[in-house]
Ligand binder design. Structure first.
Ligand code: HEC
Ligand code: HEC
Ligand code: HEC
Ligand code: HEC
Length: 374
């Protein structure tokens, strides 16, 4: 028996040992594509249990009577829920109290002036009004992504005022170094602003600003064999991968949940989930630009990021580590009140301020690298 044989035997013996103690392997695999393409998902039942506990729906109120006078005819300052009966309107108020007010102040006055409910001066009231419009828009205009499952305030808020997963533009301060030059938002072990590094890698740590606020191109594969005309670069690929890792982590899935890895760009060989994700990217961009950014002046300073920008949405805000929020269970189906206005909602009253100078800078620099001009 030569050394190679001995080594092989030792390896086989230790494998046997491993499988003997791991009667129930910690990771399970489910095939999702044609055999031989490696399209499979890995699940760790132990971790799934934790995620499942975090993804319970809650705060659903008994259905309300849709007949009777409209809330807008009884109250003084109803601008969004002007198609609801008083009963339905009250049901939404009770639910919002369950879904978004802090544990230590579970009551109406988190948003309202107790002396006068039509007074809209509290910032929480103003934010909530905008969020009502946003939730109705998601459920009525973005069925390409949320289908009939839809969302409620609870999908993001889970019983508190500040959703667990959100993001601010990362100014990168303290990470840039005159000696090494700009790192293009890379090579950082620091976790800041509630964001983790991207998959513990050295990939750019803020893929959100260029892709989920700006609309930088997410295509990197060259479509021609030879260089002329191919503007794709390694830099561009790094930014794209950074976003892809965020998407995978937010949904708790592998790349093969959407792609056939032998051809990342091919839509024909991708799973239908990739198209749903494509709409998801557009939806998140629209929500950030259409609803969160215009609230910049409304939010108090202590809720803002280091560059004075508002908290924004990414894939994890709704998904929280699961391929579908709450594993696909629908809360919105029990809330016809949040399904969208019976007539189109009015545009938000507040004028939209432009992105902060830092956000503009991050978008511009990422855009340059993503478009491969460096
Ligand atoms: C998360 C913030 C929030 C919470 C909590 C909340 N409300 Fe409201 N409330 C609003 C907003 C926003 C409006 C305006 C809705 C619109 O424009 O369609 C409103 C409007 C009202 C109005 C209409 C007042 C008027 O004259 O215009 C009443 C009444 C009301 N809420 C009662 C309640 C009650 C009772 C509770 C507690 C059970 C409650 N609200 C909890 C945000 C909230
Ligand atoms: C798609 C995700 C999403 C949905 C759906 C959503 N919100 Fe929000 N909401 C956010 C984010 C992000 C913030 C900003 C959090 C921060 O300041 O860090 C926020 C902030 C708020 C705040 C301010 C809280 C505070 O104390 O500063 C209120 C009030 C609020 N939302 C109410 C609502 C209501 C009511 C609904 C449902 C009608 C709703 N939201 C639905 C994402 C969402
Ligand atoms: C939830 C679905 C989903 C997951 C998971 C996912 N991707 Fe993607 N990927 C997409 C979508 C959608 C696009 C196209 C985005 C666009 O065009 O706006 C894309 C684009 C790409 C591209 C660019 C292809 C081209 O046309 O040049 C690459 C490369 C890529 N993904 C790699 C990855 C890697 C690596 C992973 C795992 C770390 C991953 N993806 C995980 C949905 C996904
Ligand atoms: C406003 C909340 C919300 C946000 C933000 C959001 N999603 Fe979703 N997503 C949903 C809901 C709800 C569903 C379930 C739709 C259904 O029942 O098929 C879903 C479904 C999906 C699916 C289909 C899963 C499957 O197995 O069919 C993919 C893929 C997905 N989302 C990717 C993303 C990506 C990528 C992002 C970020 C760019 C994102 N989502 C952001 C709410 C959201």
């Amino acid at each position: 028996m030569n050394t190679t044989h001995k080594l092989m035997l030792a390896a086989i013996a230790s494998l046997g040992l491993l499988s003997a103690c791991g009667e129930r392997p910690p990771v399970q695999t489910v095939q999702t594509g044609y055999r031989g393409t490696g399209m499979e998902q890995n699940y760790n039942p132990r971790l799934m249990k934790v995620v499942a506990e975090r993804n319970q729906i809650g705060g659903i109120q008994p259905p309300a009577d849709s007949s009777g006078p409209l809330a807008k005819d009884i109250y003084q300052n109803v601008q969004v829920l002007n198609d609801l009966s008083v009963g339905e309107f009250t049901r939404v108020m009770l639910s919002m109290t369950e879904w978004v007010t802090p544990a230590e102040q579970k009551n109406c006055t988190y948003c309202h002036n107790a002396e006068n409910y039509s007074d809209g001066s509290k910032y929480q009231y103003q934010v909530a009004r905008s969020m009502l419009r946003m939730t109705r828009e998601i459920n009525s205009q973005w069925t390409s992504h949320v289908k009939q499952t839809g969302v409620t305030c609870h999908t993001c808020h889970r019983g508190g005022p500040v959703p667990q997963y959100k993001w601010f533009t990362d100014p990168g301060s303290g990470r840039e170094n005159a000696f090494v030059g700009t790192r293009a938002g890379q090579n950082s072990a620091i976790t800041g602003l509630g964001m983790t590094t991207i998959g513990h890698s050295s990939l750019p740590y803020d893929p959100y600003t260029p892709f989920l606020l700006g609309d930088a191109n997410i295509r990197v594969e060259g479509t021609k064999a030879l260089p002329p005309g191919n503007r794709s670069s390694v830099k561009q690929a790094e930014w794209t991968y950074s976003l892809m890792v965020h998407m995978s982590e937010s949904l708790g899935v592998n790349c093969t949940y959407c792609h056939n890895t032998r051809a990342w760009s091919s839509w024909e060989q991708s799973r239908p989930q990739r198209s749903t994700a494509w709409y998801g990217i557009r939806m998140v961009r629209n929500l950030n630009n259409g609803y969160l950014l215009p609230l910049t002046q409304v939010f108090p300073q202590h809720r803002k990021g280091p560059t004075g920008d508002v908290a924004k949405i990414n894939c994890a805000t709704c998904h929280q580590g699961v391929y579908k929020p709450y594993f696909g269970q629908s809360m919105a189906k029990d809330y016809p009140e949040l399904q969208g206005a019976k007539k189109p909602p009015a545009a938000p009253a507040d004028a939209a301020p432009a992105a902060t100078p830092t956000a503009k800078k991050v978008i511009a620099s990422a855009d340059t690298s993503v478009r491969g001009r460096l």
